[in-house]
Structure formats: structure tokens, C-alpha cells
Design a protein around this ligand. Structure first.
Ligand code: SF4
Length: 55
């Protein structure tokens, strides 16, 4: 089972390794933008449509 820390969109917090930021790019017809969300490193990715393996 994959975890957020294995995802390309996850950037770990050096001060708090159990957490990180999930940064995703969203593109709609008029613009592209990034969203950032605080995430647990060990969160299960099963329900995430944007999981992208780092490897
Ligand atoms: S929430 Fe989804 S996109 Fe964000 S780090 Fe986890 S698996 Fe990746």
C-alpha cells in the first residue's frame, strides 16, 4: 500500500518529518495554479486520484 511520502506531489517538512505539503497543479480552461495542503507522510493514498509514484 502506497503512502503520501512516496508521491511526487509530496514535499516533506524538514522540521516535522511526519508531515509535509501536498502540492498539486490544477489546470482549467483559463488558468493553471498550484494548491498546497498539509498532509501526513504516512497517509494511505488509496483514495487519492492524483497519486504519482516518485520512482
Ligand atoms: S494526497 Fe495524493 S497527491 Fe497529495 S501527496 Fe498524497 S497521494 Fe500525493
Amino acid at each position: 500500500m502506497a503512502q503520501c511520502k512516496e508521491c511526487r506531489n509530496f514535499f516533506s517538512d524538514e522540521n516535522q518529518p511526519a508531515f509535509g505539503d501536498c502540492i498539486r497543479k490544477t489546470v482549467d480552461p483559463r488558468q493553471a495554479y498550484f494548491t498546497s495542503k498539509r498532509m501526513e507522510a504516512l497517509r494511505d493514498t488509496n483514495d487519492c486520484p492524483d497519486f504519482s509514484n516518485k520512482k
